[in-house]
Design a protein around this ligand. Sequence first.
Ligand code: ACO
Length: 323
Amino acid sequence: MIAPVEIAGVAKVVPERIVTNFEMEKLVDTSDEWITKRTGIHTRHIVTEETAVGMAVEAAQKAIAHAGIDKNDVGLIIGSTITSEYVTPSMADYVKKMLQIDAVAMDISAGCSGFIFSLTTASSLMDTLHIDTAVVIASETLSKYTDWTDRSTCVLFGDGAGAVVLKKSSKPCLHYPILAGTADTEDVLYGYRERRNTPFCKTESIEKEYLHMKGSEVFTYAVGAVEDILRQLLEKCGDQPYNKIIPHQANEKIIDYVIRKMEMKYEQCFINIGEYANTSSATIPIAMFDAYEKGWLKKGDRVALVGFGAGLSCGGVVIDWTI
Ligand code: ACO
């Protein structure tokens, strides 16, 4: 069961440093034209001094302030990340410490699908543990796991964080969560953390630490998974279909393809990949914040969130927007 909850607050935090495609031209053999045409990306925010955990703390504080709640009301914090600086405690535990609150806290690692997985886990746990208020944060610093000499991946990623506050409500506003996965037998998307030398274990090659991706295979998986989830959600919505979509921002071409297949209007889909590139699990909450702030997402809208990523994994959920 998922608890009847609403989204009461939303926030984003992105690093100050903006890196343009023209700057990427100086790092690798690429061009603004290639990146723009193949992905829709123009710029990305990249950490200099910022950290995944630091951005998570700030995003949580901002979302709590936006919701207008007392931080001590938060009983659950779920962090979504694949790039936390800490092996332990979890990023969510660190947020709990910095906010000085007592709460259940844990992280979820589900690649770019992580935010949808975390949202679903939070609303399920709110029901199971009778918790009234939760914070879900996605914070990522993919730039630290990017091979900056590999033009096929380094142009695609950016850093950032987004957070939402979930509050129990009399009317359920989060509906029909779908989480799914398929075995990545061909290793189309993975990153490997180096094991340190120990008296018993030889260090693996550091090269493997980087994110490795077979782009066209991920593309093929993504278009199929996103369309499938959107169709399933549409069916579950019955006579109250969603009117807008906020998809994971990995490549504008994936989004274009799905809009066409779903026979939706371009304006029904929020796209901000041009500014931030792919920030992994943070793309959806960052887009939710921008969509809300720009007035694209309005009270009364029914919006489908849909994501996909490493695992391979995918997920979607429908939200009635109430703020
Ligand atoms: N600049 C210039 N040329 C490039 C670049 C670049 N940055 N990158 C690759 N190329 C070249 C290739 O070398 C290749 O050249 P060749 O034809 O001489 O061999 C050519 O461009 C075409 O390469 P493709 O890989 O076939 O290009 P494609 O059109 O498939 O675009 C891309 C690649 C953008 C990666 C696309 O496949 C994609 O977006 N895939 C999905 C990625 C994704 O969704 N990832 C999400 C998950 S990420 C995560 O979970 C952390």
